[in-house]
Design a protein around this ligand. Structure first.
Ligand code: FAD
Length: 353
């Protein structure tokens, strides 16, 4: 079967892939976006019912089109965000094909790359990986993990507190997901919240806008980090639970046994379920055959560009691929720079495919 040919291939049609598409369109490049999901919206389609953005709509926008407000909600929910992304790709007529899963990227041997997918092969001269992290939930390898007989789930699989009514639930992880899910669960369950470090709430008047402002100041070189202020945005449900004393955190336990958590001093807390809010890893599995990883297991980049293969850009995975690039408002800036570099390279190497 002959390969589809394009100048630039974007893998992933969530917010990062769409931001890349916006600038690729403006640069007049020939490009395609392949997305494994059956519907638009990236991972926002899959998150829990009460998830709220940590910034108001106007500060959660991709380039070109501001996110409209959600009636009655200062902080929009995930469904509103997914609908905004669906509208965004339609408005800019972005060429997204779905569902197509890219399984493997190979060197084509002619200066280009081949993307092998579950529905054919694409030949491209430049590649933007924008696959996000949602499909690679991370759970730390703690002692007793496999002895525990209750239910274990990750942020990835959490949907609603109603599933846990009357249960004792241990929530692990001191970031925004841990705080939001622990707060959510306190409505129906007896919750213990275990965190590696004492949770640090951002001052109530500061929300996700500060992420972007601080990232901008870092770009400008003043060295401040968001973590200098705190980790957790006090969204209204988190603030209410915290102020009612329902969000007291415990230090991390030492290990699990069959029934629950055991702390270093011997205290035990049997529980019905454990929710691991312990983060995600970049989903770069299609690149694994190219030998791009450095010693620390991460793909070393200069900005978004893979050091070992300048045809490949990594977009939206976190500060290491661009300050605030894993946020709605921050990914545009990084996408613009990545596309400028791609356009420049394609221009220098000529029109051939
Ligand atoms: P995704 O939204 O995950 O999109 C990736 C797309 O790539 C998906 O559609 C997927 O199907 C597709 N894909 C994956 N692998 C392949 C493949 N091999 N082939 C083809 N397609 C593939 N940011 C904010 O700005 N504000 C917030 O309030 C906020 N809250 C967050 C809350 C949680 C719980 C999490 C986890 C993150 C939050 N973020 C927030 C961060 C970030 O905005 C989201 O994680 C966002 O979904 C990242 O977008 P993305 O496009 O990089 O990835």
């Amino acid at each position: 079967m002959t390969a589809h040919r394009t100048q630039v291939l974007v893998v992933g049609g969530g917010q990062a892939g769409l931001a890349a598409g916006y600038y690729l369109r403006r640069a007049g490049l020939d490009f395609e976006i392949l997305d494994a999901s059956t519907a638009p919206g990236g991972s926002w389609q899959h998150s829990w019912d009460t998830l709220r953005l940590f910034s108001p709509a106007a500060h959660s926008s991709l380039p070109g089109r501001p996110m409209p407000g959600q009636p009655g909600q200062e902080y929009p929910d995930a469904a509103h965000t997914a609908a905004y992304l669906a509208d965004y790709e339609k408005r800019y007529d972005l060429p997204v094909t779905r569902p197509v899963r890219v399984e493997r990227i190979e060197d084509a041997g002619d200066g280009g790359l081949l993307a092998r997918t579950d529905s054919g092969t694409w030949h491209t001269r430049a590649l933007v990986m924008a696959t996000g992290t949602w499909q690679r939930p991370f759970v730390p390898a703690l002692p007793g993990l496999h002895e525990y007989t209750g239910r274990q789930l990750h942020t990835h699989d959490y949907r609603s507190a109603s599933e846990f009514t009357g249960q004792r639930v241990l929530v692990v992880g001191g970031g925004n997901s841990g705080a939001q899910i622990a707060a959510d669960l306190t409505a129906t369950a007896t919750v213990r919240w275990a965190t590696l470090r004492p949770p640090r709430f951002l001052p109530d008047e500061i929300d996700g806008r500060a992420l972007f402002d601080l990232a901008t100041r870092r770009v400008q070189g003043d060295g401040l980090r968001i973590s200098d202020l705190g980790d957790i945005v006090a969204t209204p449900p988190v603030r209410i639970a915290r102020d009612a004393g329902r969000l007291a955190a415990r230090p991390m336990f030492d290990h699990l046994d069959a029934e629950g958590a055991v702390w270093e001093d011997g205290e035990r807390w049997p529980c019905d379920s454990i929710v691991w809010c312990t983060g995600f890893r970049p989903d770069l599995r299609p690149l694994s055959g190219l030998g791009l990883r450095g010693a620390a297991g991460r793909v070393p980049t200069d900005g978004t560009r893979a050091l070992a293969d300048p045809r490949i850009h990594l977009l939206g995975y976190g500060d290491w691929t661009g300050p605030a690039s894993a946020t709605l408002i921050g990914v545009g800036r990084t996408a613009r720079t990545a596309v400028e570099q791609i356009a420049d390279t394609l221009h220098r190497t000529g029109p051939g495919q």
